[in-house]
Ligand binder design. Structure first.
Ligand SMILES: Nc1ncnc2c1ncn2[C@@H]1O[C@H](COP(=O)(O)OP(=O)(O)OP(=O)(O)O)[C@@H](O)[C@H]1O
Ligand SMILES: [Mg+2]
Length: 438
C-alpha cells in the first residue's frame, strides 16, 4: 500500500510464487519477509545466490530475529529493516537501492560502450547485440547459476556454452555435452545418471552417467526441449536436490555440477502445448541468453566471413586471400536462415571453388548471390548508377538464367516454370546471349 504510488508492486505469497514472478516480471527490487509458511525467505536468497541478474533484496524481520537478519545479509541481502518500522525508513532504503542499481547499470553500459570486443573465447562478432551477449556471459561465468541458451539453429549456442565454461572457475574441470535429441528415451536416465550392474537386462557393467562425469565441471544439456516429460521430471529432481540416483543404485550420490542448457525451440510455447514442464523451465531459466540471428547483426557478417576465410585457407593450404567488395555486399544482403553455420559453409564452399587471390561473388553459392539481386538492381536504379531499361533487362536475364539452371537447361521445362511459351523463351535467350554452354 505504501509503495503503490511510486512503483509497480507485485505481491506473492510464498517462495515459489516469488521465484516465478522473478522470471516472469523481472522486478528491480525485492522486499522479502523471512518467516513464511513452507519455505522461508532464506530459501529464496539461496535460490538467488550467485545470480548476477538478481535484483537487490531488502529483508523484513522481527526484532527478536536480528541474528537471522545478519544471516540474511551474509547470504546476499542488500539491506534489512526490523518490524515494526517507520514507513519513511523503508521508502528511503528502497529509493537508495534502486538508485544504486540504476547507477551501476549506467556505469556498466558506459564502460561497455567504450570497449567494443571482437570476440569472446571462440565467439566472434563486434555488433551491439553480441556485446550484450559477451557482457552476460562474462557476468554469469563467475556464478554457478543455471543458464538457458536460446537461439535459432547455427547461432552459436554450443560456442556460448563452452565460453561460459572456459571463463568460469571450473575451466580446468570437464565440460560434458549431452545432445538430448540423440538419445532414446528409454536410455536417457542411464545416460544422465548412470546405472549399476544388473539394473536392467542390458546392464552388464556398472556405468557412470554424464552428471557424474561432469563432476566439478559443467554439464551442457543441448536440445533440452527434446526431452520427454518423464526425463524432464527426473532431471528436475536432480537439479533441485543436487543429488542423483544411478539406475538400480541404492544410495543417492551428491553432485557438484554446473548445468547449462540450450534449445532452439520456444519453450514457453512448448509449455502451453503441455510438452515442457513449467517448473523445470523456471529452474533452468534463471539466466536466459538469447543469441540473435545473423540477419539481425549485419555488421558481423564481414568479420565472420574474413575469419572463416582465413581458417579455410589455412586448412586447405590454398584459396583466396581476401573478399571482394561485391562478394561482401552479396553476403551482407543474404538473410542467412541457417545463421553462422550457413555462412561458414558458404565460405568453405567458395574457398574450394575459387582459383584467384580474391574471393568473388561467382565463387559463392548461387542462391546466396541471387537472393539479393532484385534489391541490388532497385538500389542501383534509385541511386542513378543504372538506367531503368538496363535494370529490367538484367532482372529478366536473372529470371531466365535461374529457371534454366533449375531445369538443367531443358528449355521446355524452364519455359513451363516461367509460364511462357518455349518460343518466347528461346527469343529472350537469344536476345540475352544465353546458351547452355554458359
Ligand atoms: N559467433 C560465432 N563466431 C564464430 N563461429 C560461430 C559463431 N556462431 C556460430 N559459429 C560457428 O557456427 C557453427 C554452429 O555453431 P553452434 O554449433 O554453436 O550453433 P548452435 O546454435 O548450437 O546450432 P544448432 O541449434 O544447430 O545446434 C559452428 O561451426 C560454430 O563454430
Ligand atoms: Mg547446437
Amino acid at each position: 500500500m505504501l509503495l503503490k504510488d511510486d512503483c509497480e508492486v507485485i505481491l506473492t505469497e510464498n517462495v515459489d510464487q516469488g521465484l516465478e514472478a522473478l522470471t516472469r516480471q523481472r522486478p528491480d527490487l525485492i522486499v522479502l519477509d523471512l518467516v513464511m509458511p513452507e519455505r522461508g525467505g532464506l530459501d529464496l536468497l539461496a535460490e538467488l545466490a550467485g545470480n548476477p541478474e538478481a535484483p537487490p533484496v531488502i529483508v523484513l524481520t522481527g526484532t527478536q530475529t536480528l541474528s537471522t537478519a545478519v544471516e540474511a545479509m551474509k547470504q546476499g541481502a542488500a539491506d534489512y529493516i526490523t518490524k515494526p518500522f517507520e514507513v519513511e525508513a523503508l521508502r528511503i532504503k528502497i529509493r537508495q537501492l534502486l538508485e544504486h542499481r540504476r547507477l551501476s547499470r549506467e556505469v556498466e553500459e558506459l564502460r561497455a560502450r567504450v570497449e567494443t570486443q571482437e570476440r569472446l573465447v571462440d565467439l566472434i562478432g563486434s555488433s551491439e547485440p553480441m556485446q550484450e551477449i559477451y557482457r552476460t556471459i562474462r557476468r554469469v561465468a563467475e556464478s554457478k547459476a543455471t543458464v538457458l541458451i536460446q537461439g535459432e539453429s547455427g547461432t552459436g549456442k554450443e560456442l556460448a556454452a563452452r565460453a561460459i565454461h572456459q571463463l568460469s572457475k571450473r575451466s580446468g574441470e570437464p565440460f560434458i555435452a549431452v545432445n538430448c535429441a540423440g538419445i532414446q528415451d528409454s536410455l536417457i536416465e542411464s545416460e544422465l545418471f548412470g546405472h549399476e550392474r544388473g539394473a536392467f537386462t542390458d546392464a552388464k557393467q556398472r556405468r557412470i552417467g554424464r552428471f557424474e562425469s561432469a563432476s566439478g565441471g559443467t554439464l551442457f544439456l543441448d536440445e533440452i526441449g527434446e526431452l520427454s516429460l518423464g526425463a524432464q521430471a527426473r532431471l528436475l529432481r536432480a537439479l533441485q536436490e543436487r543429488q542423483i540416483d544411478r539406475v538400480g543404485g541404492s544410495q543417492p550420490i551428491e553432485i557438484d555440477v554446473r548445468v547449462l542448457a540450450a534449445t532452439n525451440r520456444d519453450l514457453e510455447h512448448e509449455i502451453s502445448e503441455g510438452r515442457f514442464r513449467s517448473d523445470l523451465y523456471y529452474r533452468i531459466h534463471v539466466v536466459p541468453i538469447e543469441l540473435p540471428p545473423l540477419r539481425e547483426r549485419h555488421g558481423d557478417i564481414g568479420l565472420l566471413a574474413r575469419h572463416f576465410l582465413a581458417k579455410a585457407r589455412q586448412e586447405a593450404d590454398r584459396g583466396p586471400e581476401r573478399l571482394s567488395r561485391a562478394a561482401l555486399a552479396a553476403l551482407e544482403r543474404f538473410p542467412w536462415p541457417g545463421n553462422v553455420r550457413e555462412l561458414q559453409n558458404a565460405i568453405e564452399h567458395a574457398v574450394t571453388l575459387s582459383d584467384g587471390s580474391v574471393l568473388e561473388p561467382e565463387d559463392l553459392p548461387r542462391h546466396v548471390v541471387e537472393a539479393g539481386r532484385v534489391e541490388q538492381l532497385r538500389d542501383a536504379v534509385r541511386e542513378g548508377d543504372l538506367d531503368f531499361d538496363q535494370a529490367v533487362a538484367d532482372f529478366e536475364r536473372t529470371l531466365l538464367d535461374e529457371a534454366l539452371e533449375r531445369a538443367s537447361w531443358n528449355q521446355t521445362r524452364a519455359a513451363r516454370q516461367l509460364g511462357i511459351s518455349r518460343r518466347a523463351l528461346k527469343l529472350k535467350m537469344d536476345r540475352h546471349g544465353l546458351a547452355a554452354s554458359d
